[in-house]
Write a protein that binds this ligand. Structure first.
Ligand code: APR
Length: 167
């Protein structure tokens, strides 16, 4: 069974096989972790993304990592939070599930996730953390090539939530 861990820090610094980007459907970059990843990867990333857009919410697309220490970037689009009655939990779970399935197909063995949708998209952090951990735990038996999953928390609140869930 894969090792699941939580760390605090900047996902763009991680030398793992794949880091996951909390993108938008245009895949043209943005603020938050999307902006940080594009800044660290460089302009080649945007060029590859342009050819893959659009990416519907819940789905995932794979690109190279370019200037990043990670080999690949998996761009997934989280749901915007509208109160929980617009299929947000299922869409958020799909982001984690589809990213793992895509990573497995690419031979990825180590993958890092940011706290998808909990920034600009306004998803409550406690609900998002619970959905993320459940989706990863439910998918990993079907992606045996993945040996290491890291939840990368940029803020203390997310970090404490994930620590509690993974204790
Ligand atoms: N490393 C890890 N996590 C980060 C980093 C970083 N360098 N920068 C920000 N984060 C965290 C935020 O603190 C938040 O917990 O990533 C999480 C996701 O927040 P956002 O980046 O705002 O992503 P999201 O809420 O999914 O909104 C996506 O924002 O940046 C735009 O283009 C993006 O339109 C899309 C929307």
């Amino acid at each position: 069974m894969a090792e699941i861990e939580v760390i605090r820090g900047d996902i763009t610094a991680l030398a793992v096989d794949a880091i996951v980007n909390a993108a938008n459907s245009s895949l043209l970059g943005g603020g938050g972790v999307d902006g940080a990843i594009h800044r660290a990867a460089g302009p080649e990333l945007l060029k590859e993304c342009a050819g893959l857009a659009p990416c519907p919410a819940g789905e995932a697309k794979l690109t190279g990592g370019y200037g990043l220490p990670a080999r690949y970037v998996i761009h997934t689009v989280g749901p915007v939070w509208y109160g929980g009655k617009r299929n947000e939990p299922e869409l958020l779970a799909s982001c984690y599930r589809n990213s793992l399935v895509l990573a497995e197909a690419a031979g990825v063995q180590s993958i890092a996730f940011p706290n998808i949708s909990t920034g600009v998209y306004g998803y409550p952090k406690d609900r998002a953390a619970a959905a993320a951990v459940a989706a990863v735990r439910e998918t990993l038996p079907r992606t045996p090539g993945i040996g290491r999953v890291i939840f990368v928390c940029f803020d203390r609140e997310n970090y404490l939530l994930y620590q509690e869930l993974l204790a």
